[in-house]
Write a protein that binds this ligand. Structure first.
Ligand code: PLP
Length: 391
């Protein structure tokens, strides 16, 4: 009998992948499925980025690179952070990793152990909790409330810090809610954190380029007060429609950087070389492709929110960032996960039940509007029909 170590009993999943598989299986049986479940842009990677990847392969970039990533990409990340947030970051603090997830994996491994508490947003990206549990640390959910526009509440977050808290995970713009935490709240959070110098902060800013209605994303990198304990997470997956390339980057405080480098050496060695050169083209190249994608997401966002608010017993606040809507379906009388399954099986619409993002996700669904306006329209029509027939 093979015996896997017990910590694997505690590792979780990302249900979006299971929904994607189930939607694919139904489609293979000939069912017409509209998939609003998975969180990835439906655009192809912009051509100049693809060309840079191909050129890198043609130019012979076939070998290992430094574990922390090639210098031109680390320099491009530093330039991008300066351009977007006006912050000075040394390329020597930047680490290139195979996707945004890897930064959270590393950060949670560094601070998670039995007895430690890690604060994470709930509803939030499911891998936070999964990894925290894997390490044996205690996951402490920070409620992300609709009444607060799905933003972090500085006061509520700070009130959950104890002498055992080792890491606080923040995410804005947020998955799954689309919430954007305003600068005033971030100011208050950073101010409050000064009383807790032993708490590290992981700021997941993977949707940082996607804000709407004139709102801007405030990076935690812009706060010198916490730079010595801030891990900044970002990557190319969402901004440049590169989910399958596996390219992320992070900025680490000096004492943690070498630990991150060692984790890289012990696991993936480096991100594949051609992908890294494509990343240089993404960050240094024209940004109009990003503007065009975000403009299109904005159009679809309004379409989706309008449509959701017309469904019986459904209400949806307008998300300010990312590419998700998080409608409140509590008044339909359905449990959210049961509703998500029934919508897939009976109406051919794949969405994710809020509880897949945490206990505070009950009563909500997550719909991705990284899909065509036509598909969003079809999905809303089917949902409307389903909810009127099966209230
Ligand atoms: N962080 C958040 C909040 C996400 O929603 C995702 C992906 O869905 C990631 C990180 C991971 O991104 P990547 O695909 O680059 O690993």
């Amino acid at each position: 009998m093979l015996r896997i170590v017990p910590s694997f009993d505690r590792i979780g999943e990302e249900n979006a992948f299971a929904v994607l598989a189930r939607a694919g299986a139904l489609a293979a049986q000939g069912r017409d499925i509209v998939n609003l479940g998975i969180g990835q842009p439906d655009f192809p990677t912009p051509p100049h980025i693809v060309e840079a990847g191909i050129k890198a392969l043609r130019d012979g970039h076939h070998g290992y690179t430094p574990a922390v990533g090639i210098a031109p990409l680390r320099e491009a990340v530093a330039r991008d952070l300066h351009r977007r947030h006006g912050v000075e970051v040394s390329p020597d603090a930047v680490m290139i990793v195979p996707g945004g997830k890897v930064t959270m994996f590393m950060a949670i491994l560094m601070f998670g152990e039995p007895g430690a508490e890690i604060l994470y947003p709930d509803p939030g990206f499911p891998i936070y909790r999964s990894m925290i549990e894997f390490t044996g640390a205690t996951p402490v959910p920070v409620p992300i409330r609709e009444a607060n526009g799905f933003a972090f509440s500085a006061q509520e977050t700070l009130s959950l810090i104890t002498e055992r808290t080792r890491l606080l995970i923040v995410n804005s713009p947020a998955n799954p809610t689309g919430g954007v935490t305003p600068k005033s709240e971030i100011d208050a959070l950073v101010e409050g954190l000064e009383a807790h110098p032993g708490v590290a902060v992981l700021s997941d800013e993977i949707y940082g380029t996607m804000t709407y209605d004139g709102g801007t994303h405030v990076s935690l990198l812009a706060y010198p007060e916490i730079r010595d304990r801030l891990i900044h997470l970002d990557g190319a997956s969402k901004t440049y429609a590169m989910t399958g390339w596996r390219l992320g980057w992070s900025v680490w405080p000096k004492p943690l950087y070498d630990a991150a480098r060692k984790l890289a050496v012990n696991s993936f060695s480096c991100v594949n070389a051609a992908t890294q050169w494509a990343g240089v083209a993404a960050l240094d190249g024209p940004q109009d492709c990003v503007v065009a994608m975000v403009t299109e997401f904005d159009r679809r966002r309004r379409l989706m929110v309008d449509g959701l608010n017309r469904l019986p017993n459904v209400s949806c606040i307008t998300p300010k960032g990312a590419f998700y809507a998080f409608p409140n379906v509590a008044r339909t009388g359905w449990k959210a996960k049961a509703l998500a399954s029934a919508l897939l099986d009976e109406a051919g619409v794949a969405v994710i039940g809020g509880p897949d993002f945490g206990v505070y996700g009950e009563g909500y669904l997550r719909l991705s509007y990284a899909n065509s306006a036509e598909n969003i329209g079809r999905a809303l029509e089917r949902m409307g029909q389903f909810l009127s027939e099966r209230p």
